[in-house]
Design a protein around this ligand. Sequence first.
Ligand code: BES
Ligand code: MN
Ligand code: ZN
Length: 501
Amino acid sequence: MPVAYEIPRIHVLSIPAASIDADLVVVPVAEDHAAAAVAEFDAAAGLALSTALSRGEFVPKPLETFTTPVVGSGWRATQLLFVGAGPRADVGAERFRRMASAAAGLARLQRRGRLAWLDVEPGTLDAAQRVDILSEGLTIGNFDGGIHKSRPDPRFFLSDVTVSTAANGSATAAAAGRLIGDAINSARALINEPGNFLVPSRLAEKAASLASVDGVSVEVFDERQLETMGMGLLLGVGRGSAEPPRLLVARYEPAAAPADATLGLVGKGITFDTGGISIKPADGMERMKDDMAGAATVVAALRAVALLKLPVRVLAVVPSAENMPGSRALKPGDILRSASGLTVEVNNTDAEGRLILGDALWYARQLGATHVVDVATLTGACIVALGKITTGLFATPQPWADALRAAAARGGEKVWQLPLFDEYKESLKSDIADLLNSPGRPAGAVTAAMFLKEFAGVGPWAHLDIAGTAWADENKAWMPRGASGALIRTLVELARAPLPR
Ligand code: BES
Ligand code: MN
Ligand code: ZN
């Protein structure tokens, strides 16, 4: 079977643009600094750049592109691609990622396999950040999800990416960005897999193999072990399916890491969410194969952190089940006992994510996680609140929320904090159990987070609701329709900074 992505070789050079041997040379152009690009490259373009700018055929708005052959003599490359960046003040990590990914996509459409990016537009980042995010962007642009087509469109991948920059020490940043991009691509490929291919046992296998890098130990628990561990919520959700649930634990414990702090990452791994007996409408249900995006996200982040050899202990806990309405399935009104001892009345079997995460959050604390983050395609209500643009962030205490917000900002990803006021807890009351899993429509994203909070134990905890951001509904220049790989970069940035005390 074909692969969904290839990892390009990456080169960092600081030689004159004319000397670069590539099939396509990319030049970022800020809207308010187009004159600089003209001064440097118009001659090579045979005045095509200044002509296009003055005729308004090329406007350097974000992601607008202009391709023209090199006509000036003395150049090794034959084609120039100018990419609009918008105003320089807006050119941060997200803009650079999108420009790089769009440029890679265009190069692939033109069957030009060796792309060079000229680092002539600083934007608002320092050189190392820029080279890092550009390398990620160029790598995630090397993705083609059509792996199940028996007659695929001709597939073409970049083989070589060159970042041409005057900045010293950029090779390390380029290698890091490429590695993070590769981790993102691996998660996207996994999330795109349909439910019949990716059942919980298979997700656990694939996640185990992604996590199996130097310094990481992996364990997978089957349904009998889960029974012994008392994971009644995870087992309960899995009951309606012929495919039994799994729990994966991966630990990265480098010798150089402080022993008194462990970042615990918990990811929702529902390989398909029919809703169970509280079954979902048919329209759009196929999308629910992405309900394991949180699982793929945390495993990819742990892989990247371990490959980057960051000096921090990281633990990933991934509960996985298939939410099906089989004959042994949970029924509305059933009561489950969690591993933590809390009992839950399941009034809606479609609120299954919070159930499996309840057991997993509690277990992450048992294993010594001091700082916990869970990532989940948890609620349609989060999409109502924030749309497909922004990830919902819930966190306590506030310094931990701030650490997540800062990590997302560095990574060029959008998160927005929503409240965890105590008053919302009222609605989780059940007459006959400790908690109710589905309190109804008002503030649905918040009450789901409040449910998780009951299992998050003592210490910093954050919840990222990626229901809207895990999946791109439309083809964009920088991102094809399908899994987005959102929040992996944010988690890696979180692990790069010291954990707040
Ligand atoms: N996986 C869904 C959430 C979801 C919905 C993700 C749409 C992406 C797009 C989750 O398991 C779910 O079904 N949540 C319910 C909760 C409700 C029953 C309280 C929802 O959001 O409707
Ligand atoms: Mn559901
Ligand atoms: Zn779900």
